[in-house]
Design a protein around this ligand. Structure first.
Ligand code: NAD
Ligand code: IPM
Ligand code: MG
Length: 500
C-alpha cells in the first residue's frame, strides 16, 4: 500500500516545519514498513512568486490526486499589498474550498510539563486541559460576498456572513459524534444575541442535539467563550463554532497550550476529496529563516494524518507519544524551553522525534500500547483501528466521516457506525474507496455548499443510502421542539442517557 502525500510547504516558517514533519513521516514509513510517496508543490506567496497564482492549477491537480495534503503556512509582509486574487491567504482559502475541507479539528491540550510555562498560571491550565475545537472551515465571512465601493465620503467596504442549514448541520453533527468518543460535552459558540447566522446556528444545533441525548449541550456567546477559555479551560470538551470565531478562539487556545507552534489541525471534508493537515500557526515572519520555529504543530498534524487519513492508529500514537516525551524532556525550541535550558533548533527537534518514533515502531517485541483513549478519546486496544479489525469503528472521526459520506443522515444514538472499510491496510477512509463501496457521488459538493435547492429541499434530499444507491429522504434537521434561548443567554441542557 502506498500513501500519496501532497506536500505544500508555503511561506516563512512553513518550509522549515514541514521538512521536519516529512522527516517524521519518513521515519514512520521506514520503521513500520509503510510506503509514503511525497510530491511537493508551491502554494501561497511561493506560488505567487513562481506562477503569479497562490493556488496554481498544477498544485490543485497534485492535491486532488493525493490521499492527503500536508501544508506548512502561507503569507508574509511581502505579499500583503497584493490584490486579493494574488494574496497567499486566498490560495489557502481556495485550497480548503477545493477539497471541501469543512471540518477543521484543532485539538488543544496542555502538557503537564508546560503548564507553568505559558502566560497562564499553572492552577488554571494544569489539571488536564483537553479541548477539541471543531471549526467550520468553508463558510461564513471567509466565503461571503465582499467588496469595496467608492462613496462621496470615502470608501465603503463590506463582508457578509452566510450560513445554510446543511452547512451548520454537518459540522455540528460531527462535533456531537466526536464528543461521544470523548467526555460527551459540546459547547456551541455563537453570537446569537446579535447575528442572524448565529440564531440559525443555534436552531440547527438544538435540532441536531435531539439525536444525541447522551451528549450534553451548552450554548455560549463568543465573547463569554473567550473569557471562559482563559478563566476555566477545563470546562471545555468539544467546542464547535463557525469559521471566524474558530480562527480566533484557536489562537487563544494556543496560549493555553504554551505556544502557537504546538497546535495541529486536521481538515476533513467532502467525499472523494483528500483531507488537509496543517499546523494552526502562520508563516511567522518574525522568526522565519532562523531555524528556531517549533515544528511540533506540523509534526502533530502529520500524526493526525496517519490517524484520520490512513487509519494508522498505532503509528499516529507513536508520533504523539514521542511528542509527549520530548515536551517533558527536551530538546525544546525557544518558544517552550524552560528558563535557563539550552534551546534547540527546528531540525534538532524533528530529528529527536524521528529517532523516538523509530525506537517505538522498531520491529521486535513491542510493549503493549494499551488503550489509546486520551487524545480526542480515540483509539483501541491494539492501537490500530477497531478491535474487530475493521480499522474504522474504533475511530469516532472516521465513523463520523463515513456517516457523512452517506449523506449526513442522522446517525441515531444506538445505531452502530456504518459499514467500515476493510482492514487498516486498505488505508484511506475517504468515500469512493472501493473498500467501502461508497459512492463518490454520495453528496455533491454543490449540494452541500449551496444548501437549500430551488425546489425548497436541502442538500440532504439527495442523500445516498448505505448501499450506495441514491435515495430521497427528509432533511435530517427537524424543526426543533424547543428553540434557542435567544439573546445573550447561556443555557445548559443536560440530557439523560437514552433509556436510562
Ligand atoms: N494557516 C496559515 O497558513 C496561516 C495561519 C495564520 C497566519 N497566517 C499568515 O501568516 C502571516 C503571519 O501572521 P501572524 O504573525 O499574525 O501569525 P503567526 O501564526 O505567523 O505568528 C504569530 C506569533 O506566533 C509565533 N509563532 C507562530 N508559529 C510558531 C512556531 N511554529 N514556533 C514558534 N513560534 C511561532 C510567531 O513567531 C509570532 O510571534 C500572515 O501573513 C498571516 O496571514 C497563515
Ligand atoms: C491565513 C488564514 C486565512 C487562516 C484562517 O484564518 O483560516 C489562518 O489564520 C488559520 O488559522 O489557519
Ligand atoms: Mg488563524
Amino acid at each position: 500500500m502506498t500513501y500519496r502525500i501532497a506536500v505544500l510547504p508555503g511561506d516563512g516558517i512553513g518550509p522549515e516545519v514541514t521538512r521536519e514533519a516529512v522527516r517524521v513521516l519518513e521515519a514512520v514509513g521506514a520503521a513500520a514498513g509503510i510506503r509514503f510517496e511525497f510530491a511537493e508543490a508551491p502554494v501561497g506567496g511561493a506560488a505567487v512568486d513562481a506562477t503569479g497564482d497562490p493556488f496554481p492549477p498544477e498544485t490543485e491537480q497534485l492535491c486532488m490526486a493525493a490521499d492527503a495534503i500536508l501544508l506548512g503556512a502561507v503569507g508574509g509582509p511581502r505579499w500583503d499589498r497584493e490584490p486579493v486574487p494574488r494574496r497567499p491567504e486566498s490560495g489557502l482559502l481556495r485550497l480548503r474550498k477545493a477539497v471541501g475541507a469543512y471540518a477543521n479539528l484543532r485539538p488543544v491540550r496542555v502538557h503537564p510539563a508546560l503548564a507553568g510555562r505559558g502566560p497562564l498560571r499553572p492552577e488554571v491550565v494544569g489539571g488536564g486541559v483537553d479541548i477539541l475545537i471543531v471549526r467550520e472551515l468553508t463558510g461564513g465571512l471567509y466565503y461571503g460576498e465582499r467588496g469595496v465601493q467608492q462613496e462621496p465620503f470615502g470608501e465603503r467596504a463590506y463582508d457578509t456572513m452566510v450560513y445554510t442549514t446543511p452547512e451548520i448541520e454537518r459540522i455540528v453533527r460531527m462535533a456531537f459524534q466526536l464528543a461521544r468518543g470523548r467526555r460527551r460535552r459540546v459547547i456551541s459558540v455563537d453570537k446569537s444575541n446579535v447575528l442572524e447566522t448565529s440564531r440559525l446556528w443555534r436552531r440547527v444545533t438544538e435540532a441536531v442535539a435531539e439525536d444525541f441525548p447522551d451528549v450534553e449541550l451548552e450554548h455560549m456567546l463568543v465573547d463569554n467563550a473567550a473569557m471562559q477559555l482563559v478563566r476555566n479551560p477545563q470546562r471545555f470538551d468539544v467546542l464547535v463554532t463557525e469559521n471566524t470565531f474558530g480562527d480566533i478562539l484557536s489562537d487563544l487556545g494556543a496560549a493555553l497550550a504554551g505556544s502557537l507552534g504546538l497546535l495541529p489541525s486536521a481538515s476533513l471534508g467532502l467525499p472523494g476529496r483528500p483531507p488537509l493537515f496543517e499546523p494552526v500557526h502562520g508563516s511567522a515572519p518574525d522568526i522565519a529563516g532562523r531555524g528556531i520555529a517549533n515544528p511540533l504543530g506540523a509534526i502533530a498534524s502529520a500524526a493526525m494524518m496517519l490517524r484520520h487519513a490512513f487509519g494508522l492508529q498505532r503509528e499516529a500514537q507513536a508520533v504523539e507519544e514521542a511528542i509527549d516525551d520530548l515536551l517533558a524532556a527536551g530538546p525544546w525550541t525557544p518558544d517552550i524551553a524552560p528558563p535557563g535550558a539550552p534551546v534547540a533548533s527546528t531540525e534538532d527537534v524533528g530529528r529527536a522525534i524521528a529517532r523516538r518514533v523509530r525506537e517505538r515502531l522498531a520491529p521486535g517485541p513491542l510493549e503493549p500500547l494499551g488503550p489509546v483513549a486520551g487524545r480526542d478519546g480515540r483509539g483501541t486496544q491494539d492501537g490500530r483501528g477497531s478491535q474487530d479489525g475493521s480499522g474504522l469503528a474504533g475511530d469516532p472521526v472516521a465513523a463520523v466521516w463515513i456517516a457523512g459520506e452517506y449523506g449526513f443522515r442522522p446517525l441515531p444514538p444506538d445505531e452502530p457506525a456504518p459499514p467500515a472499510a476493510a482492514p487498516a491496510a486498505t488505508g484511506t477512509v475517504r468515500a469512493g474507496d472501493p473498500a467501502t463501496g461508497a459512492s463518490r457521488d454520495a453528496m455533491t459538493p454543490d449540494a452541500l455548499a449551496n444548501g437549500p435547492t430551488a425546489a425548497g429541499g436541502t442538500a440532504a434530499d439527495t442523500a445516498t443510502g448505505t448501499n450506495g444507491t441514491a435515495t430521497r429522504s427528509e432533511s435530517p434537521v427537524r424543526t426543533p421542539a424547543r428553540r434557542g434561548t435567544g439573546a445573550g443567554t447561556t443555557r445548559r441542557r443536560a440530557r439523560a442517557r437514552k433509556g436510562a
